[in-house]
Design a protein around this ligand. Structure first.
Ligand SMILES: Cc1cc2nc3c(=O)[nH]c(=O)nc-3n(C[C@H](O)[C@H](O)[C@H](O)COP(=O)(O)OP(=O)(O)OC[C@H]3O[C@@H](n4cnc5c(N)ncnc54)[C@H](O)[C@@H]3O)c2cc1C
Ligand SMILES: NC(=O)c1ccc[n+]([C@@H]2O[C@H](COP(=O)([O-])OP(=O)(O)OC[C@H]3O[C@@H](n4cnc5c(N)ncnc54)[C@H](O)[C@@H]3O)[C@@H](O)[C@H]2O)c1
Length: 443
């Protein structure tokens, strides 16, 4: 039986982010992966999605300037776009695995399961290790209704060679809003079904309503307060119904109603590792309820959002922690973003929380649509809500909706984490005219 200092289960951003620094610090390390090396983000998540969005951004930016110097709106050719996307995804798995091998890290292909707190089985291999780190991520949740198997997942959407004429997303979270923006720009008839009237509920309602308005103008059809309870096949289409009058026929349907942790097929509970509905329970050292087993990334039950840079941050933390027991993990302000045209973004203290403590915080509501930066691109909406702590005159939170919300939220994240006051921001010289030079008006 092979014996290691650390065995990592899951070859995604979290697992790979930990394997390299441990190896370069002299540890004997192995990584186990049952599917594509590199994990969700580069194979079936962030990266392929962002490649598809390149075309959406180009199309919308052209559209805004029709009759303002641009003659025709660019049209998206899905089949070509998908071929372009696959040039990014195709090399990922082989390259990620080879990178580990080149670094002298042992790799195992297959499904990992614990036999005990020190022994893991991967197919017919048994692997012994002093410590294990579970970094198995999440997978799409299912609806548990008749015909659920007729719905495809985000992975299927991101590898569709041809765009269906009509499609529906069931569940209105990050994935549904982003994919709806992509599919409607590419020319499909797009429906989005949500079981209540508050999709993307972590974002301010007025901002989400703006996004919904924009997506409606682009052609997305929303169905709120609808609980689908049956799906049947009808020739080349599927029909979704709620038993209350909605009967929707589309060529393809996708379940986008949340993701669930991959913590249920590793024998974790049998060896004493406790889980809850959000994933594996860990303390602030990312240690599970079994002393020598740690967990990180999307599979962990925690309040921070489940995102690639958060997985990377935890991997970096554990790479120190496993070599020398130190302080518990503390997270900086983490920005979250719904991509599309426009994008929604927020960071730090939420506007909703700040409103509850009006004695401590001011909220600066900015309609930037008429500001030079946005007027020159003629985009339909650009707004921000900035939370300022009265006592320190510091920005402590922000929400942004615009096509540049990703850039703006990253500036604000740096400002929040640096604890800079508004006068410190205003004393910088930024290149003009840019989103950075607009920052002086945020306070
Ligand atoms: C459609 C989509 C879009 C996204 N977009 C963004 C985005 O724009 N920005 C962002 O920051 N995040 C985004 N995310 C989230 C991001 O992909 C995850 O936060 C990130 O991949 C988590 O990394 P991880 O290493 O924890 O898990 P994963 O990347 O999921 O890796 C876990 C790995 O473990 C393997 N595994 C599971 N069980 C076992 C087992 N028993 N044995 C062996 N191997 C196992 C899996 O096959 C997988 O490869 C997106 C996710 C999706 C689905
Ligand atoms: N830009 C990004 O950073 C990004 C993009 C995509 C995905 N992600 C990651 O993936 C995760 C999961 O994304 P997601 O969009 O699948 O889930 P989500 O949790 O963001 O949203 C799912 C939505 O579906 C609703 N819902 C649940 N059951 C339903 C039902 N039966 N019918 C209709 N609606 C239902 C929920 O109320 C919720 O609003 C995100 O939380 C994030 O971690 C991030």
């Amino acid at each position: 039986m092979k014996k290691y200092d650390v065995v990592i289960i899951g070859g995604g951003p979290a697992g790979l982010g930990l394997a390299y620094p441990l190896k370069s610090n002299g540890q004997k390390v192995a990584v186990v992966e049952e599917n594509l090396w590199g994990g969700t983000c580069p194979n079936r998540g962030c990266d392929p999605k962002k490649v598809l969005l390149s075309a959406v951004e180009a199309k919308r930016k052209g559209e805004y300037l029709v009759e303002k110097g641009i003659q025709d709106t660019p049209a998206i050719k899905w089949d070509d776009l998908m071929k372009f996307e696959k040039t990014f995804t195709a090399p990922v798995s082989v390259g990620s695995k080879q990178g580990l091998v080149n670094a002298g890290i042992d790799v195992f292909d297959g499904h990992a399961e614990f036999e005990s707190a020190n022994i893991l089985s991967v197919g017919s291999d048994k692997i012994e290790s002093d410590r294990f780190v579970v970094a198995t991520g999440q997978r799409p949740g299912r609806l548990n209704i008749d015909g659920d198997e007729l719905l495809q997942t985000s992975t299927d959407f991101l590898s569709m060679d041809h765009l269906p004429k009509s499609l529906v997303f069931v569940g209105g979270g990050y994935i549904a809003f982003e994919f709806a923006a992509i599919a409607v720009a590419a020319g499909a008839e797009v429906h989005l079904i949500h079981h209540n009237d508050r999709p993307l509920k972590g974002f301010p309602k007025d901002g989400v309503d703006e996004l919904i308005d924009q997506l409606k103008k682009q052609g997305v059809q929303f169905h709120f307060n609808v609980n689908i309870n049956k799906i049947i096949k009808d020739n080349s289409e599927i029909e979704l119904s709620d038993g209350q009058g909605l009967e929707l026929k589309v060529e393809k349907g996708f379940v986008t109603a949340g993701r669930r942790p991959n913590d249920d097929t590793l024998n974790l509970n049998q060896i004493g590792v406790e889980t809850d509905q959000h994933g594996i329970k860990v303390n602030d050292h990312l240690q599970t309820t079994v002393e020598n087993i740690y967990a990180m990334g999307d599979v962990v039950s925690r309040k921070q959002p489940k995102l690639t840079p958060v997985s990377g941050f935890e991997a970096q933390y554990l790479s120190n922690e496993l070599l020398k027991y130190g302080d518990g993990i503390t997270y900086p302000a983490i920005p979250t973003l719904v991509y599309g045209m426009p994008k929604l973004a927020q960071v730090g203290l939420s506007v909703e929380e700040a409103q509850k403590q009006a004695d401590k915080y001011d909220i600066n509501k900015l309609d930037m649509t008429g500001w030079f930066s946005y007027k020159r691109t003629n985009e339909p909406v650009s707004k921000a809500e900035v939370v300022i702590e009265k006592e320190s005159n510091r920005i402590v939170g922000a929400f942004v909706i615009s096509s540049e919300a990703d850039t703006v939220i990253n500036y604000l994240t740096m400002i929040i984490n640096a604890k800079a006051t508004m006068s410190e921001v205003q004393s910088q010289i930024f290149a003009y005219p840019t989103e950075a030079s607009d920052l002086e008006y945020f306070g």
